[in-house]
Design a protein around this ligand. Structure first.
Ligand SMILES: Cc1ncc(COP(=O)(O)O)c(C=O)c1O
Length: 375
């Protein structure tokens, strides 16, 4: 059997990884500013993470949600504490798409409505409702098409108000910082507008924090910059530092009913051990503060390069918008300077490193970037 060829891959085999570095099968070291797509939050193969997962695997790796799981309670308590949302409720699943799917469903169960407001360039995942709320017709199959989703221009308060007049809105879903869309930061005033319209119309504010959440922005949820709470936050990526786990946290006004949401694998013992190790490390190593400090430093320095069109982002979620003639820079960074970065169309380099990235790593990148853009 061969693989279903859906990924355009780099011709590199990663054989070993530690901290902010990976090594290929020939022993070449790479600086990883991509983190396997914003997934590596505390650093590759972090010793505490490896130990917690190994210890757990020796005890029990998996059992379903049909028995009590103190690890889930422990995770809920610690996530509440670290994120500052202690009165929310936790539902665990396996991926970002699944988290958003559950968030949108829960909103609809809550207010009995169907219309979802999403935004241009949004990416919310590939399951049926999440992909319908994703602004990319190429990945929406005919079976996923629905007129329940209303796409609005990004940051346009007037069209948002109008949509609330025209529709019985169930929920508004928004990334605090659009990732796939090219690192677009939602303004504090726009997020506050969403909050007030949702309050006025009993609609649900869903904060997609799958990529921008978990401390990456320099706050636990990037929506926190607006000083208002969403009703549901979805998360995944950095949550398990590579172990597949996703979640939604749900405001107290939502009441659970047996069977309303469910999953076989979600919240299993190993996944909880991974997520606990991540939060414990975020706390012990002050990684959210580090993300803010190193991220601000990187952005300040990047803005001094004349050839860069724009630098956008917060913390360690950074987009470097380059002119067309510099579209070769990402490949140059990888092949000549041995630095992994991410990208967004058409010409944005996306930096999504571990939250433990040091200033020395940042300097190494800046030096290589300077050489690459002047090649
Ligand atoms: C903002 C956002 N939401 C949802 C998803 C979907 O997550 P997953 O690939 O884990 O299903 C992604 C993935 O890139 C994302 O960036």
């Amino acid at each position: 059997m061969k693989l279903f060829d859906v990924y355009p891959v780099n011709d590199i085999i990663i054989d070993k990884a530690f901290g902010s570095h990976v090594w290929d099968d020939k022993g070449t070291q790479y600086l990883d500013l991509y983190g396997g797509h914003a997934v590596i939050s505390i650093g590759h193969t972090h010793p505490h993470y490896v130990k917690r997962l190994t210890d757990q695997l020796h005890k029990v790796g998996f059992y379903s949600n049909s028995v009590k799981m103190p690890l889930q309670e422990e995770l809920a308590a610690l996530l509440g504490k670290v994120s500052g949302k202690e009165d929310y409720q936790l539902f665990l699943c396996n991926s970002g798409a699944e988290a958003n799917e559950n968030a949108l469903k829960l909103a609809s169960f809550y207010n009995g409505r169907k219309k979802v407001i999403a935004f241009k360039k949004a990416f919310h995942g590939r399951t049926s409702l999440a992909v319908a709320a994703t602004d990319n017709p190429k990945i929406v199959a005919p079976v996923n098409e629905t007129d329940n989703i209303v796409f609005l221009p990004w940051e346009d308060e007037a069209s948002l108000e109008q949509a609330f007049q025209q529709h019985e809105v169930s929920s508004v879903i928004i990334e605090g910082i659009q990732g796939v869309g090219g690192i677009n930061v939602a303004s504090e005033s726009f997020l506050r507008k969403i909050r007030s319209l949702c309050d006025a119309h009993n609609a649900v504010f869903i904060a997609d924090s799958v990529q921008c959440g978990y401390g990456r922005s320099g706050k636990f949820y990037s929506h926190d910059f607006a000083g208002v709470n969403a009703d549901i936050y979805s998360m995944a990526k950095g949550m398990g530092n590579g172990f597949p786990i996703g979640a939604i946290i749900i405001a107290p006004k939502f009441h659970a009913v047996y069977g309303m949401l469910g999953t076989t694998f979600g919240g299993n013992h190993l996944a909880c051990a991974a997520a606990l190790a991540v939060l414990e490390t975020i706390q012990a190593e002050n990684l959210i503060t580090n993300a803010a400090t190193v991220g601000n430093y990187l952005m300040e320095q990047l803005r001094t390069f004349d050839k860069v069109k724009e630098v956008r982002g917060r913390g360690l979620m950074i987009g470097i918008d380059l002119p067309e003639e510099l579209s070769f820079v990402k490949k140059e960074l990888l092949h000549t300077h041995k630095i992994f970065t991410g990208e967004a169309k058409p010409n944005v380099i996306r930096l999504l490193p571990s939250l433990a990235l040091t200033q020395a790593h940042a300097d190494q990148f800046l030096e290589a970037f300077g050489k690459a853009i002047n090649k």
